[in-house]
Unconditional design. Structure first.
Length: 330
């Protein structure tokens, strides 16, 4: 995740004017050449996560039929990951070929996450000490300051509530230059996606998929990032420009995946005893994202949704604290 300001955008929304690819240049939308469709999708993802945590943290009593829907709101985090990989590919693919570029990339990525995250760490340490009687401990603090907690089962959820995804994102930032060396087109990206799926299932099987770390780690989440790479290379290839009404076709396919899974009774689908439904749900994301890149829907993309999307990192990191403070009112 990235932070452009104190409450910056969740992932870097690329400025496309500098892109060498004419097809990518032509798709710029809104002020500054941003993909406003991506900003709006960030707003949707952030809203889903806020609703998910509001319901769960407050233990709100809701109708039984809504349980399955509420469970799936949490899968908006993989949507963030897909958007991240797509956006970063737009901004950096083909540009990380020397040491200076890599250093600049690393510094920019760190500075988009660290300021707000570091600012919240002492707040959460104080909250946990005062409200939950949990005194600060040295190892978790070091793990969070160094962003190594994503590698450490038991500490992976971060001191900052909902911060686990930031640990995963930072690892992906480090891996992306290496991934670019392999994922050079949509075919190699698709092959890498397939490898990542197999690795994710095998990893969850090996460590026991009932633990929270089985979900909150880079190996399990890597397939979602890889769908962003596949979508980027499909878009970059220009093949979509040859498809009549590509926007509507992509959107229809993306939205059809979820009811199709319901009709086929694929809820909580398992492979080798591992729940892989998240990857089925995640298949819809690249189609929906590409549809909004090609032609943003007016219903989805508006001044308010773009405003929220550009501040989704701040919303994501701050919302657990706001929920906690509001609990007495609820």
């Amino acid at each position: 995740m990235s932070c452009g300001s104190a409450v910056g955008d969740t992932f870097e929304a690329p400025v496309l004017a500098a892109s060498p690819d004419p097809a990518i240049k032509a798709a710029a939308r809104g002020e500054g050449g941003r993909f406003e469709g991506l900003d709006a999708l960030r707003a949707v993802a952030a809203t889903c996560i806020v609703l998910y945590h509001t319901i769960l943290l407050n233990a709100l009593a809701l109708p039984a039929w809504s349980t399955e829907v509420i469970y799936r709101l949490g899968l908006a985090v993989p949507l963030f990951y897909m958007l991240s990989a797509f956006s970063l590919s737009i901004g950096y693919y083909g540009k990380l070929q020397n040491r200076a570029a890599l250093v600049q990339y690393g510094v920019r990525r760190f500075l988009r996450i660290a300021p707000l995250f570091y600012g919240l760490l002492p707040v959460w340490l104080t909250v946990m000490w005062v409200k939950f009687d949990q005194a600060p401990q040295f190892l978790p603090i070091i793990a969070n300051v160094t962003f190594l907690f994503g590698f450490m089962p038991g500490l992976h959820e971060s001191i900052a509530w909902a911060g686990w995804s930031i640990g995963v994102e930072m690892i992906f930032y480090a891996l992306l230059p290496l991934i670019f060396l392999v994922a050079r087109d949509w075919r190699s990206s698709l092959a890498l996606y397939g490898v990542s799926i197999i690795a994710a299932i095998a990893f969850q099987k090996a460590i026991g998929h009932a633990t929270s770390y089985a979900f909150m780690n880079i190996i399990t989440q890597l397939p979602h990032f890889m769908t962003g790479l596949v979508a980027f290379h499909v878009y970059r290839s220009g093949v979509l420009s040859k498809l009549k009404d590509a926007h509507y076709v992509l959107l229809a396919i993306g939205l059809a995946i979820w009811p199709l899974m319901a009709v086929l009774k694929l809820g909580h689908l398992t492979v080798w005893g591992v729940d892989v439904e998240q990857y089925g749900i995640g298949l819809a994301f690249p189609f929906i994202v590409l549809s909004q890149v090609l032609s943003p829907d007016k219903v989805l993309v508006n001044r308010f949704s773009v405003f929220l999307g550009q501040r989704s990192f701040g919303i994501y990191l701050l919302h657990p604290l706001m929920i906690l403070l509001a609990m007495p009112l609820v």
